[in-house]
Design a protein. Structure first.
Lengths: 349, 648, 211
């Protein structure tokens, strides 16, 4: 076996060195060899395994979206521009402080807090800052635990009162997958979390073969994806340039594999667009509404149309950029979209 | 060591070469001994110090060989016979002092310098033959072959030094230093010397002291002349012996332990009436008449010596100078390729060479082809055994911290290494972190260079390391340089309160003298702060905290040398002091992830403490309770928290 | 054994750095000299002490001094604290007439633990030792030391094994005397216990029909 056969080195060659890595953190903190620091995936030593979760769970290694869609929804990948949606709404947190903390509708925070308060989930996996407690987490990786003051750190929140501040913070996505990866082996804690679309894909990639994962991804009972927007902040000193560049290869504006996708309320400052996709998502949404945590309105058709167009355009750009990267129309690097969809997107570019 | 100072002439003791050297010095009237530890010479001062109080002589571990040699010379100037022993590298370190002291002479005390060379560099960073310094600097050289020789020669060396008014060198090698042999003791001196520096200023007749170097040309000439005084003594010396036939087919010229190899090889091959051995005990200046007499026996000469062709060259130079008056000869040795030009020799090697020269095939005793082949094949099952840091060694923690911090930092940082147990950082034991290693103080020295290349776009973090003993030995000037010349590096002092690799001799930071008496403790931390450097102190077993401090120091762009003291007592010292282990360790097999993703044998494949082994049947890591010292560190690196640590 | 049966008798004491090889050889040398023999003992110090292979060459004679190293093929007795080291030494210095006495507990080198090399099965190892020597006695000195509460006694147990195996001109009293000169009080008691456990181990091995 040569170095180039090792999973972690293939990850570097196939994803990181090609400029595809969106820093989702799905590979890091899952082992003692990989971590995430200061805008980089850091490798601390040489893991010689040829098969590894780092490569397998990366959203930028070959991702069969049909298979994932079946695993999450029981249906093949949707040709619809915003993916499979059970119901679409406009919603906001009823609590004004939550909306103020979120700087918008606050729907994500309200949904997760309500689920935790109701006992539908045991903890919210999230991101805190250095110095906060890390109950339940192994901190298996020194790259994660060798913190510098002010830097993000993985957290498990079990107290509903702590949810809002963490889930609305600008750095909320920075270590959320590290929090998942750092769980003790065979943990059965039911989790809720807010993720970026790429992070969503990383978690869902574990579903088709749960036995291969150290921690069962089916434990994530409420996965809320927020639209990828320029507001995402991973950590101070993050090189925005390269993060943006990697994001230009991303197909998923809204987080099509999540239970619920939350976006900004187009034109409505204090409201969020909420796309409920799965039964679990619907259950959580209804429970939050019944508990008075959220106020709900129907989504205006023109807003839905705007969402769809934006999502479609992102897919077209992704296909175009990937084709430019690989130099071949038939090689879209990681993107395992059904052929008919690719043809349509390529026709549109 | 009990009994080395016993007043019982004529009795015998089983002494190793280094112990015999001490006995010889005592018999020679030594009053002052200063040394820095260095394998294979270290035991000389330890043994001397054990009797220092009884005999009221001064012994000290000096901070380095240079101060040791200078101090010993000072004692000799004041009329006290003095000894300083060192390894080959120590001879390099003292060379500038020597080149000046041969100008002034060593006075009435007598200065004996013992050098311990390490053929094959078994415990050294380089291989070298230190005998050249005697030819270079006009100093007499003696080479013992047995412990008895060592005692007798060292005793004699004080007289020789006084005769030539210069240091007298006695050169041993590892196999002499550490081999025990029977030694018959001689008499101990009864007279006790008084110390007085004789050449003080006389205001009525002011004159330059003879102990100042100058006028230089004339003094160099005088050094040559003073050496000649010993020639007749060496010509008559009983240490230069011949055994064998009157006219041997082959004359072997040899010195040191190689003499014993030659004797045994000749006996093994039954060549007693064909080969003769001329053993040189006084190697420089060459006793030319004695040598000529031997050369005239035969026309075939084989030189057998370690490490360089020192005697070979001197004899051939001498022979050439005789021109036609000496019949031509065939000279075999390192130049001809008959003897390897590097590495330690052995009886087997000499036997093979003699066999090929004299046409007597050398077969390993008692073995036939079938046995040899079969055993060779069977031995393939024996795995290689690399050296490793001890279980519980703080350096393992330090290197783990360096590795992780440098990886996290990501700017291709490096560790500039030095000499000590932590030198093992250049192999897996220290995760291959050590990227340069030369001499004592070499790490921080090199860092001073790498740390001042900003103009050329250099931005790699530089981490220079050294142990606590090495710090006092060589690093302080380089640290001053780093502060003064604003070199950008971090100097990590691995303070384990020991000079560990050479055998736990004390140094200025531990508060104990060579005799075991309490000694002032030099505060390393205060010293570094006094230089104006940023100083942090960390525990190498605090992996998280120390990594964080180091990352912070690496991010510190203010430049200039900064100091990180990694402080934790050497495990072997701690075990002896505390008699017991801090923790009982256990790997929980139901939690251990072993070969699978998320671990991949991190604790044994990467971390590598010998106390952790692989249970092949279970597919899990396991504690080897015959090796584990219970330090507890591995519990902090296991990604599954499968290693349990219970306070003992 | 009371008398010296060969001139010289070449004994090699081997193991892994850190096991206490040097102390063993020192004690053996001292005991031999006190018995009136001439012995030279050549140790390995220095870097090998950090887990590398170590060996002490002991050359026992009535009255002659021999060179520090045992030549190839001339080891009469190989006594080791570690079984793989016994085979390594046998290959360098042994012959069909060499007698091997070894502790059975492996010390795994870094290459084995990391998976880069394999340690042979003890069956294969002891088989090879038996096949290429005049006989191999295997004892678990480490277990005896661990039973005393500290693996540090392994080397003194092996000194007892050396005495009990009757392969060198040393008897129990000779070793007990040098231990008494070197140690005092409870430490001496423990070391004497280790010595006797070693002697007992060989008796047990021989009674069990092993050579």
């Amino acid at each position: 076996m040569e170095t180039q056969d090792y999973a972690s080195f293939r990850l570097r060659a196939d994803v990181i060195d090609r400029g595809l890595c969106p820093l989702c953190g799905g590979c890091a903190a899952g082992c003692p060899y990989l971590g995430q620091q200061r805008g980089r995936i850091v490798q601390l030593d040489c893991c010689t395994l040829v098969e590894g979760s780092c490569y397998r769970n990366c959203p930028r290694t070959l991702t069969d979206l049909d298979a994932l869609s079946r695993a999450v929804f029981g249906e093949p990948f949707s040709a619809d521009d915003i993916g499979i949606v059970k119901n679409a709404y406009v919603a906001q947190a009823t609590d004004p402080e939550t909306r103020s903390a979120a700087g918008g509708g606050g729907a994500t925070a309200a949904l997760l807090r309500a689920a935790l308060a109701a006992g539908a989930i045991d903890a919210v996996a999230g991101t805190g800052v250095d110095g906060e407690g890390h109950e339940g987490l192994l901190l298996r990786n020194l790259a994660v635990s060798s913190k510098v003051a002010g830097m993000p750190a993985p957290l498990l929140l079990t107290d509903p009162a702590t949810v809002v501040s963490h889930v609305t913070a600008p750095h909320r996505f920075a270590r959320v997958l590290a929090a998942f990866n750092g769980l003790p082996k065979e943990s059965t804690s039911r989790l809720g979390m807010v993720c970026l679309p790429c992070q969503t894909a990383s978690l869902r990639k574990r579903l088709p073969n749960p036995a291969e994962s150290r921690v069962d991804a089916r434990n994530v009972r409420l996965l809320v994806a927020e639209s990828c927007a320029t507001k995402r902040w991973l950590e101070p000193g993050e090189v925005r340039q390269s993060a943006n560049k990697a994001c230009s290869y991303c197909w998923d504006l809204t987080g099509e594999l999540a239970d619920i996708s939350v976006g900004s309320g187009r034109g409505q400052q204090d409201w969020n667009t909420v796309l409920v996709r799965t039964a679990a998502g619907q259950e959580a949404f209804e429970a939050a509404r019944k508990a008075g945590a959220i106020e709900v309105k129907p989504l205006p058709p023109e807003s839905l149309a705007q969402e769809k167009k934006a999502s479609h355009d992102k897919k077209v750009r992704a296909v175009r950029n990937l084709t430019a990267l690989t130099g071949s129309k038939t090689d879209l690097a990681y993107l395992g979209l059904p052929g008919r969809i690719v043809d349509a997107l390529q026709g549109d570019s | 060591m009990e009994g080395i100072d016993v007043n019982a002439p004529g009795t015998t003791q089983l002494l190793m070469g280094n112990e015999a050297i001490v006995r010889g010095a005592l018999e020679g009237g030594v009053g002052f001994s200063a040394q820095y530890p260095g394998t294979p010479s270290s035991e000389v001062l330890s043994v001397m110090a054990s009797v220092a109080r009884n005999l009221r002589i001064h012994t000290e571990w000096s901070v380095n060989e240079l101060v040791a040699a200078e101090a010993a010379a000072g004692a000799s100037f004041a009329g006290i016979p003095a000894l300083s022993a060192m390894k080959q590298n120590g001879v390099n370190v003292i060379s500038d002092f020597l080149v000046n002291v041969i100008m002034t002479g060593t006075g009435t005390g007598g200065l004996v310098l013992v050098t311990g060379d390490d053929p094959s560099a078994i415990s050294s960073s380089n291989e070298e033959d230190s005998r050249w310094i005697c030819k270079w600097m006009d100093m007499p050289l003696l080479e013992p072959s047995t412990a008895q020789d060592a005692k007798d020669m060292v005793k004699w060396a004080f007289e020789i030094s006084r005769l030539v008014d210069n240091p007298c060198f006695v050169r041993e090698t590892t196999r002499l230093a550490h081999t025990r042999g029977k030694v018959m003791l001689g008499e101990l001196p009864t007279e006790r010397k008084t110390a007085y520096f004789p050449d003080v200023w006389d205001m009525c007749k002011p004159a330059k002291s003879r102990f100042t170097s100058g006028p230089f040309g004339i003094l160099h000439h005088q050094a040559h002349e003073r050496l000649k005084r010993v020639v007749p003594v060496f010509e008559a010396s009983a240490f230069n012996t011949y055994e064998g036939p009157e006219k041997p087919e082959l004359l072997i010229i040899t010195s040191g332990v190689c003499y014993l190899y030659c004797q045994e090889a000749i006996a093994m091959l039954g060549l007693g009436n064909r080969a003769g051995i001329f053993r040189l005990g006084t190697t420089w200046p060459l006793p030319e008449q004695a040598v000529r007499k031997q050369l005239e026996r035969t026309s075939n000469v084989l030189f057998v010596e370690e490490i360089d062709p020192f005697i070979e060259g001197s004899v051939m130079e001498f022979a050439a100078s005789l021109g036609a008056s000496l019949p031509p000869k065939t000279y075999l040795g390192k130049r001809s390729g008959h003897i390897p030009s590097w590495g330690a020799l052995s009886t087997d090697l000499v036997a093979q060479t003699l066999g090929s020269i004299l046409n007597v095939p050398y077969k390993v005793a008692g073995r036939d082809a079938a046995y040899s082949e079969g055993l060779k094949e069977a031995t393939k099952m024996v795995p290689p055994r690399a050296i490793n840091l001890c279980p519980g060694c703080p350096h393992r923690g330090s290197y783990w911290i360096f590795k992780n911090a440098l990886s996290i930092d990501g700017r291709h940082g490096l560790v500039a290494g030095d000499i000590g147990c932590y030198s093992l950082g250049f192999i897996g034991a220290g995760f291959f972190q050590e990227r340069t290693m030369h001499c004592m103080g070499g790490g921080i020295g090199v860092a001073n260079g790498l740390g001042n290349l900003k103009e050329f776009g250099f931005n790699q973090p530089v981490l220079a390391i050294a142990g606590d003993s090495t710090f006092f030995h060589a690093c302080i000037p380089a640290l001053v340089n780093g502060v003064y010349n604003k070199a950008n590096f971090i100097f990590a002092i691995l303070d384990n309160s020991a000079t560990a690799m050479t055998g736990f001799q004390p140094h200025p930071g531990v508060g104990r003298a060579a005799t075991g008496d309490p000694a002032p403790r030099v505060d390393m931390e205060a010293l570094c702060r006094a230089l104006g450097a940023r100083v942090e102190v960390c525990d190498p077993f605090d992996l998280e905290g120390s990594t964080r401090v180091l990352l912070d120091m690496m991010a510190d762009e203010s430049g200039g040398a900064r100091v990180l003291i990694m402080r934790r007592t050497c495990e072997l010292v701690r075990a002896r002091r505390d008699k017991g282990r801090p923790y009982t360790m256990r790997v929980n097999p139901s939690v251990c992830a072993g070969d699978s993703c998320g671990c991949n044998r991190l604790c044994i494949r990467v971390f590598g403490c010998p106390g952790l082994i692989w249970d092949k049947e279970a597919g899990k890591a396991k504690i080897d309770e015959a090796i584990c010292t219970g330090c507890g560190l591995c519990a902090d690196i296991c990604p599954q928290r499968a290693i349990e640590r219970k306070a003992a | 054994m009371k008398e010296l049966t060969k001139e010289p008798l070449n004994l090699i004491i081997g193991g892994v750095g850190g096991q206490g090889n040097v102390l063993m050889a020192q004690l053996v040398g001292q005991a031999l000299v006190q018995r009136g023999f001439t012995a030279s003992v050549g140790d390995t110090y220095g870097v090998s002490q950090r887990g590398g292979p170590v060996a002490s060459h002991v050359r026992i004679s009535h009255d002659r001094s021999y060179g520090p190293l045992i030549p190839a093929g001339q080891a009469d007795v190989i006594l080791t604290l570690e079984p793989a080291e016994a085979l390594r030494l046998l290959s360098e210095l042994g012959s069909p007439s060499t007698v091997v006495v070894t502790n059975s507990r492996p010390v795994y080198p870094p290459d084995v633990s990391s998976g880069r090399a394999t340690y042979p099965s003890l069956e294969d190892l002891f088989g090879a030792l038996k096949r290429y020597s005049a006989g191999c006695t295997v004892v678990d000195a480490s277990a005896a030391a661990l039973a005393m509460g500290d693996p540090i006694f392994t080397n003194i147990v092996m000194l007892g094994v050396l005495v009990g195996a009757d392969v060198a001109p040393l008897e129990r009293q000779d070793m007990a005397d040098v231990l008494t000169e070197r140690f005092k009080g409870p430490v001496l008691e423990r070391n004497l216990e280790a010595l006797d456990r070693g002697i007992g181990l060989v008796r047990a091995a021989r009674t069990a029909g092993k050579p």
